[in-house]
Design a protein around this ligand. Structure first.
Ligand code: SF4
Length: 301
């Protein structure tokens, strides 16, 4: 394949429709590694394109809209992250993949929301102390769920962090019909995660909905709206609703993912637009590859 187009679940619908592969962070890395395209247009946010460049340095990788960053990157001060790492040199630094290349070189191992539980558990079973960055909500959830005491960095996803448990409970109380469920991505606030019936990565949440055993039911979903569209397509007979944000707002759209419009993607595919991820030095690429490869070497379903 000369030019491959991949899209994250949160990309605009019309972009997902024309993509060669749609998936979550882990699936996207695995798909591009398998295909080894000469040229890759990545309809995700910039840290995803950079991660692809680290794994495929000889591939020309184009970000349709270079401003499509992520709050987990922009909220993270690199000097504070270095201090977090340096103050805890006796610990394994586990870092969520939602991080820039400059952040990743400070990690011992990268995780995605699909494999974070297993990888942290494995480190702790091996007797290692663990620190976690950059997502405060995900780290806090893992600590609570499994009884760990990892030190956790302080950045949040500005989309998931706005889900509000009180508004959600209020809406659920007013619902008198049928079975009610809440499913959530682990970037959501801890009080919402505590009431969720299922917590998982985007792929796992979609699988959960596809395999939902009943023909009726209302499911509130705490994640970005793009994935909810795929859930509705998979199970149109179910009532699938977005969880609510502050002031009851159904504002679950990632402004960064949505910058990769069909127009921007088409221009990137045609070679008339987008930005080449050609600014990473070889030293940075080599250093960032190590913690990513450590993750990929784990044998996890
Ligand atoms: S949804 Fe959140 S974590 Fe994902 S790209 Fe957007 S801001 Fe970043």
């Amino acid at each position: 394949m000369d030019t491959m187009l991949v899209a994250h679940w949160y990309a605009p619908e019309e972009v997902k429709e024309i993509a060669d592969y749609v998936g979550d962070s882990l699936g996207l890395i695995q798909a591009v590694q398998k295909e080894q395209p000469k040229r890759l247009v990545f309809a995700g946010v910039r840290f995803m394109s950079e991660t692809a460049k680290v794994m495929l340095p000889d591939t020309e990788i184009i970000q349709p809209d270079f401003e499509s960053t992520c709050s987990l990157v922009t909220q993270t001060n690199i000097d504070e992250l270095k201090k977090f790492r340096d103050d805890n040199q006796d610990s394994t630094h586990v870092m969520y993949i939602n991080s820039s290349v400059e952040m990743k070189v400070l990690a011992d191992i990268i995780v995605t929301s699909a494999n974070v539980n297993a990888i942290v558990e494995n480190e702790i079973k091996n007797g290692n102390k663990v620190i976690f960055s950059p997502d405060k909500n995900m780290g806090t959830y893992i600590n609570k769920e499994f009884g760990y005491d990892m030190k956790v960095f302080t950045s949040v996803c500005e989309v998931h962090d706005q889900f509000n448990v009180e508004y959600l409970k209020q809406e659920m109380r007013s619902w008198t019909d049928g079975i009610k469920y809440v499913i959530a991505h682990p970037e959501s606030p801890i009080d919402l995660l505590e009431m969720a019936d299922f917590i998982g990565s985007t792929n796992k949440m979609l699988e959960w909905v596809k395999n939902f055993p009943n023909k009726v039911g209302t499911i509130w979903v705490a994640t970005e709206g793009g994935l909810i569209n795929d859930m509705k397509k998979a199970r149109p007979e179910l009532d699938i609703r977005p969880a609510l944000g502050y002031n009851g707002c159904q504002c679950n759209q990632c402004p960064y993912m949505k910058r990769n419009t069909l127009e921007a993607v088409n221009a990137a595919m045609a070679g008339t637009g987008g930005t080449s991820i050609d600014y990473l030095t070889n030293d940075l690429i080599d250093a960032a590859r190590k913690p990513i490869e450590r993750m990929l070497n784990y044998t996890i379903e």
